[in-house]
Design a protein around this ligand. Structure first.
Ligand code: MTE
Ligand code: MO
Length: 338
């Protein structure tokens, strides 16, 4: 690929710092920079309503609940280092990101998650990292925040339901945890588990799903620098609806891989079975790489609706991260390994 410089000359992208890395690796000072540098972005985004009926992840038989409207998030002052991603796509508003969510532990209604999750207690919180590792560990959140620098990563999030957003996450690469616990040679996959708390998570009383929510990655995917453990967005700690206090973000895969509110990370030798593989194995596979050429059995994956935009845009191979991740899948048939 050739990259145009400001002077108009073209240079091979291999000879310069990839723009993605330039944009996404800026270390971000949380709080300290103060209000002077903060950007007022949240209050003026277009509404996310669309006349196009949305696809839905749920098994076809599950009836969606009636939409209710959530109160708008109150915090307006937000702080990020750039308001677009490396492709020039605008970041979504704080309002959209915190009021249009998939979090089936609370409800299958995307606009109802924020109010139902609002008071979910996310502190204190511990994360167990065990399985096939040399050093088993239990981290608490303060521990994770102080051990690993928080950086900002502006990533596209592409839901398998064919809508998308651009989100300025805060967090640190998952590889930092993995390097600390030291996977044993037999470890081939990483399995993640969300908290199980049906008393406070009404959706977990639904027997449609095999709770708790589980997801998995191959170890090399988990070690990839793009794979993020997120603790915040827009320069603030995550709100419950976005998976506080700790969630995974894998930007080249469909959103359902990015599991929320993680309490357990386990290194294993066999491919983990995710909640979605149990619910609808013919629709949601283990890999779940964003791929416009492999349709969902019930809808096309060729285009998507960017929240806040009218019309649709083309879905990009690996959600636009092809250069960084395609080599992970050389020799793998992406149609059967969906
Ligand atoms: N535990 C858990 N994690 C989850 C989900 C969920 O229902 N439960 N939904 C997934 C789906 S389908 C998407 S698209 C993203 C949405 O993340 P967001 O609400 O922060 O945008 O979270 C993913 N992680
Ligand atoms: Mo999703």
């Amino acid at each position: 690929m050739l990259i145009k410089t400001k002077s108009g000359t073209e240079i091979p992208s291999s000879e310069i710092t990839p723009e993605h890395i330039y944009h996404s690796r800026r270390k971000f000072m949380v709080g300290a920079a103060g209000a002077a540098a903060s950007t007022l972005l949240a209050a003026c985004a277009p509404s996310s309503s669309s006349p196009i009926p949305e696809a839905t992840e749920q098994p076809a038989a599950t009836a969606a609940q009636a939409a209710t409207s959530a109160p708008a998030a109150t915090a307006k002052v937000v702080q990020i280092s750039a308001n677009e991603d490396e492709l020039g796509d605008a970041v979504n508003s704080f309002e959209d990101i915190t009021n249009y969510n998939n979090y089936y532990e609370f409800t299958t209604d995307k606009t109802g998650v924020a109010s139902l999750a609002k008071n979910y207690p996310t502190s204190p919180w511990q994360v167990v990292v065990d399985g096939l590792v040399k050093n088993k560990r239990i981290y608490d959140m303060d521990d994770l925040r102080s051990r690993f620098d928080q950086e900002e990563r502006i990533y596209r999030l592409r839901c398998v339901e064919a809508w998308s957003m651009v989100i300025p996450w805060m967090g640190f690469p998952l590889s930092k945890i993995l390097n600390e616990v030291e996977p044993l040679p037999e470890a081939k996959y990483v399995r993640f588990e969300t908290v199980y708390d049906p008393e406070q998570m009404p959706g977990q009383k639904s027997r449609w799903f095999n709770w708790p929510y589980v997801e998995g990655l191959r170890l090399d995917e988990a070690m990839h620098d793009l794979t993020l453990m997120s603790t915040g967005l827009y320069g603030r700690d995550l709100l419950p609806q976005n998976g506080a206090p700790l969630r995974l973000v894998v930007p080249w895969k469909y959103g359902f891989k990015s599991i929320k509110s993680i309490v357990k990370i386990e290194l294993v030798d066999k491919m983990p079975t995710s909640l979605w593989m149990t619910s609808a194995p013919n629709e949601y596979g283990f890999y779940a790489n964003v791929n416009p050429n492999v349709d969902h059995p019930r809808w096309s994956q060729g285009t998507e609706r960017r929240i806040g935009e009218l019309g649709r845009r083309k879905t990009l191979m690996f959600n636009g991260y092809e250069e960084q991740v395609a080599s992970l899948y050389s020799g793998l048939d992406l149609k059967s390994n969906y």
